[in-house]
Design a protein around this ligand. Sequence first.
Ligand code: SF4
Length: 347
Amino acid sequence: MALSENTVKKLYETRTLSDEEFLALLTTDAWDTLLCSLADRVRRQMYGDKVYIRGLIEFSNHCKNNCHYCGIRSGNHCAIRYRLSKEEILSCCKEGYSLGMRTFVLQSGEDAYFTDEMICDIVSSIHALYPDCAITLSIGEKSKESYQSYFDAGARRYLLRHEAASDALYRKLHPENMMLSARMQCLFDLKEIGYQVGAGFMVGAPYQTSEDLLSDLRFLQKLDPDMIGIGPYIRHEQTPFANFENGSLTLTVRLLAILRLMFPHALLPATTALSTIAPDGRKLGLQAGANVVMPNLSPVSVRKLYDLYENKNCTDEESAQCSYDLKQYIRSAGYQPVTDIGNVSRT
Ligand code: SF4
């Protein structure tokens, strides 16, 4: 179907479109400038020019899963594995806190070495030391009881990308034992417990169609998450998908703008994958409505080992220098870097 300017304005005003309109919008670049300018208007209405800086701590790259697209999948025997100790994690938080950061994102593969007791101990220790900080977990699929125990220990946010809301595509991206229904249930469990929840998906994943992306948009409407993380698919040589093309920067930026218009309240990261795929990728993401960046607080020695995809854009700079450079970058994109706790705004 042919789209008009009015269709894009309809998305701005009503936050949704028909299936046909979404599909048309996803497959043309004709309205990208208008989309980005409306998305920027909405983010300024909701969050002003603030871009929230969260400290990311990638504390283990061990994972029991074998997702076909992921560089740290269990089947990749070339991956050099690492785990940070509790003391190392706390030292990352100390560094982040001294740089003003008031949100810590603890991310890992699904690593059974870290029992619920250990996770709760780490979370409650951070909570006791830094009660003015938000603790975000991103450690995969767990039982509702486990999620509840982390919440009771002090975690308040949880990131779990659904990756693909179309069952057919989910099947192509994951091994038999992983179920989309289980992942979706986790997201609804997290919401029910009271977490601020983040979902998200890859753009340009192998076999992905526009209809699959439409399923992602519809699933997000159902879930109504607080955070949405998307990034272009980036190939990794040591995976079964080594020969697939990377996802497109243009389509990722277009989707960020669409998501900002659909979910004005959402916290949308400009992901590392965006800056990996193009030098100005993060800037374009910010200008399309993204309002979060997550610099790496992990020790420099392990940053390159958390390689979900190839050539991950990670710096060898110490966190302080990295934080300074990132703030300058955000300002150069036209926004104000802030390190405060930055809760979701649903007003
Ligand atoms: S995508 Fe996540 S769950 Fe899948 S193998 Fe990688 S780290 Fe593990």
